[in-house]
Design a protein around this ligand. Structure first.
Ligand code: ADP
Ligand code: MG
Length: 490
């Protein structure tokens, strides 16, 4: 049965991938339409689950029919002597694709007769950790049928349901431009940054979905920087760095989410740097997100940061009241929720932190309403907001920022709110505003308000001044870094 499966698979994917990922698999058992195969590591399992699940489904379906299932057994330790086979039963694949059965991908140890050509991948599993060498990581394998590669995109994130507002206009239109002409605009790479829950992931996924829908021959890949890092580390461990690199070089549109995660991870950065260069040079589109502006990405190598400047960097701000209204209304329509207008307004007014929070409140309202068989009303909304408001207060708040900055610069905290133009006070005030923008979800207007009723343009000016100083003045930069530590993790 497995041999027949392999035939199906072979017909559908490139030779290189077939050799690497399928030839070495060891069939273990077939019982009641359940085929068990042996794989060398969790990493292999995950890799195949991600990238070849469709072709595996197809093969199992053809061989075993709709009842057919695939399970895998993982070699826990390196070397088959310590093999502790574990049969894992996977839930139905995350991709609901057609009538295909649950399929679980696998690759296996270099133990069977098939494995002789299995390259370093399988060999690595048998020989305990040799330091992986980056021999020629960019010898890309070409003949992969991209239709079977999984983009890891969530289809519910689209441009249609991404509400436009002042807060996201530039990012959104840059995203659309990239989505329409991937790799050929000057927005390469496109870097979107903004605080948590402001729609970074949604936007970049929308780009990916749009490209996928309009360019079926392009391989779009969405990956979080965290996952990228874990995959890379695992590939080092299993001596499969080359396969890791080869795979990423196949990508036409690479979307790397939360790039700040690479901070301090030098090896991973180096790998990403090479992949970046290679893809960029080949005219492939790169899209990234970060929770802070590139200049604040401490712990990222300069050569990588300088690459980010090649394209366009655009930010996402907190949505204003009208945009929040529109987001709620859109969500209601999408999910068929009915909420009285004054409640919608109350929510849009009260939840001014971020969009994720706003959606969270909506969901909990809907849940409560159906649980208690009660229409959603203002009372219920107020109740639901109670814990949110507490959470907001628990995050670094403006008072704390003001107090900390005032202390640091040895000025009385009241002066931050006064009219004083004394130099030390001005610096402390500007730095405090800068951190207020970075660490709280207050709008510029609200920040200004908390600094003695200054207007939002003063806040913009302060933030800009501080950012410029960070760029131009080394000692100032370390001051900021030191202060930032006081707010980090809060
Ligand atoms: P981030 O990645 O910046 O933390 P997400 O992209 O995960 O934020 O967004 C959080 C939630 O808010 C998601 O459910 C997303 O769909 C929604 N969202 C964010 N911005 C918008 C927008 N402009 N229109 C509609 N929904 C949005
Ligand atoms: Mg995100």
């Amino acid at each position: 049965v497995w041999v027949n499966c392999l035939r199906v698979i072979k017909a559908n994917i490139g030779e290189q991938s077939f050799k690497t990922w399928f030839q070495p698999i060891v069939p273990v058992q077939l019982h009641n339409n359940v085929l068990i195969i042996q794989v060398p590591s969790q990493f292999f399992y995950e890799w195949l689950e991600e990238h070849y699940v469709e072709v595996l489904k197809k093969a199992i379906y053809q061989e075993l029919g709709p009842e057919g299932r695939l399970e895998y057994s993982i070699v826990v330790d390196q070397g088959n002597a310590q093999t502790k086979p574990r049969t894992l039963n996977l839930p139905t694949s995350h991709k609901a694709a057609g009538p295909a059965p649950v399929a679980t991908p696998a690759a296996a140890l270099a133990t069977g007769p098939m494995s002789s050509s299995a390259r370093n991948v399988a060999a690595a599993a048998a020989q305990p950790a040799q330091p992986a060498t980056l021999r020629n990581p960019f010898e890309a394998s070409k003949a992969i049928d991209r239709n079977y590669l999984n983009s890891q995109l969530n289809h519910s994130y689209t441009f249609e349901n991404y509400i436009e507002g002042d807060c996201n206009r530039l990012s959104r239109s840059a995203g659309l431009a990239v989505a329409n002409k991937p790799g050929t605009t000057s927005f390469n790479p496109l870097m979107i940054y903004g605080g948590v829950g402001l729609g970074k992931t949604h936007l970049v996924q929308a780009i990916g979905n749009h490209i996928k829908a309009t360019n079926t021959d392009k391989f779009v890949l969405y990956v979080s920087a965290e996952k990228f890092t874990n995959q890379f580390i695992e590939s080092l461990r299993s001596n499969a760095v080359q396969d890791f690199a080869n795979f990423y070089l196949l990508v036409d549109i690479l979307i790397l989410d939360d790039v700040q995660f690479l901070s301090g991870k030098d090896k991973t950065q180096e790998m990403f740097f090479h992949i970046f260069n290679h893809l960029h040079q080949a005219g492939k589109q790169i899209v990234m997100t970060s929770d802070r502006p590139p200049r604040d990405l401490v712990g990222l190598e300069d050569r990588l940061l300088s690459r980010f400047k090649w394209g366009l960097t655009a930010d996402l701000q907190s949505p204003d009241f009208e945009t929040r209204m529109a987001i709620i209304q859109n969500k209601m329509q999408q999910d068929g929720i009915d909420i009285p207008p004054q409640v919608v307004e109350y929510l849009a007014h009260s939840v001014n932190t971020n969009v994720r929070e706003l959606e969270g409140v909506l969901i909990s309202l809907v849940a409560q309403s159906s649980l208690n068989r009660r229409e959603i009303d203002l009372e219920m909304a107020k109740q639901a907001l109670r814990h949110i408001i507490e959470e907001v207060e628990a995050e670094v708040n403006l008072d704390f920022i003001q107090k900390t900055c005032a202390e640091y610069f040895s000025v009385p905290v009241e002066l931050l709110k006064a009219k004083t133009r004394k130099k030390e006070v001005v610096t402390a005030r500007q730095v405090a505003m800068y951190f207020a923008k970075e660490h709280t979800s207050h709008s510029l207007k609200s920040i200004g308000h908390h600094f003695g009723g200054r207007d939002h343009s003063t806040v913009i000016h302060s933030v800009q001044t501080v950012s410029d100083l960070i760029d131009s003045d080394k000692s100032f930069r370390s001051t900021i870094q030191e202060l930032r530590k006081k707010f980090a993790g809060k």
